[in-house]
Design a binder for this molecule. Structure first.
Ligand code: SAM
Length: 201
């Protein structure tokens, strides 16, 4: 589901960028990417997260994907340099049906978008499908305790069917062979961590 105007305003603010920088630093502290790896960011929004991924993880190639034409316009503008250099591409797409080969990526990055998916379990399954064994899923996710609290549920718009908190989210990761590394942070509002795809099927 696309973001509504208040959430768009927040996502495009310097406050969001500041938060994302801290998260990228924490992710890198938890698990570095092997040099020369290929990466995907699902729900790239305005491309600010993709810039941080390029800065902190230095992938060979980063694909930044979003279905929202307005967000894609901002991302293409922001990432014009890396796209021209062949280090990044910005594509229209759906995280529930990724246009990527199975077991083709070293890392998938999620800056707070899985709760925007109508079928979030399918989104997790798609991440697991496209990662190579040993590949990493970098996770920032928010839960209903934050986006559907007494105030915010009147401000932002999200799918309402089959929602999840940390226990359901972690169970879905485990079900798809994504093993959460020690040291992740979680509360009833948010989760930040890295999950690695099991080497054995
Ligand atoms: C809360 S915003 C986060 C944007 C950016 N990642 C950030 O952290 O600022 C959620 C993003 O998910 C995108 N989105 C919504 N539905 C999606 C889908 N089915 N597949 C991929 N991205 C989706 C929205 O267009 C939006 O850019």
């Amino acid at each position: 589901m696309f973001v509504n105007w208040p959430e768009r305003f927040f996502c495009n603010s310097f406050v969001r960028r500041f938060i994302q920088r801290g998260q990228a630093q924490m992710w890198r502290g938890m698990r570095k990417m092997a040099p020369g790896g290929d990466a995907l960011e699902i729900g790239c929004g305005n491309g600010a997260g993709a810039q941080l991924i390029l800065e902190y993880f230095k992938p060979r190639k980063l694909t930044a994907l979003d279905p929202d034409p307005a967000m894609l316009r901002l991302a293409r503008k922001r990432l014009a340099g890396p796209v021209a250099d062949g280090v990044a591409e910005v594509i229209e797409g759906d995280a529930q049906n990724l246009p990527c080969e199975s077991a083709s990526l070293d890392a998938v990055f999620n800056f707070g978008i899985v709760h925007h998916l109508e079928d979030w379990r399918r989104g997790i399954a798609e991440v697991a499908r496209v990662l190579k064994p040993g590949g990493a899923f970098y996770i920032e996710e928010i839960f209903q305790g934050l986006y559907a609290n007494a105030f915010l549920r009147h401000v932002v718009a999200h799918p309402e069917h089959d929602r999840f908190q940390a226990p359901q989210f972690k169970a879905a990761l485990a079900d798809k062979g994504l093993v959460l590394l020690p040291g992740h942070h979680e509360s009833h509002m948010t989760m930040l961590g890295v999950a690695v795809k099991r080497e054995d099927p």
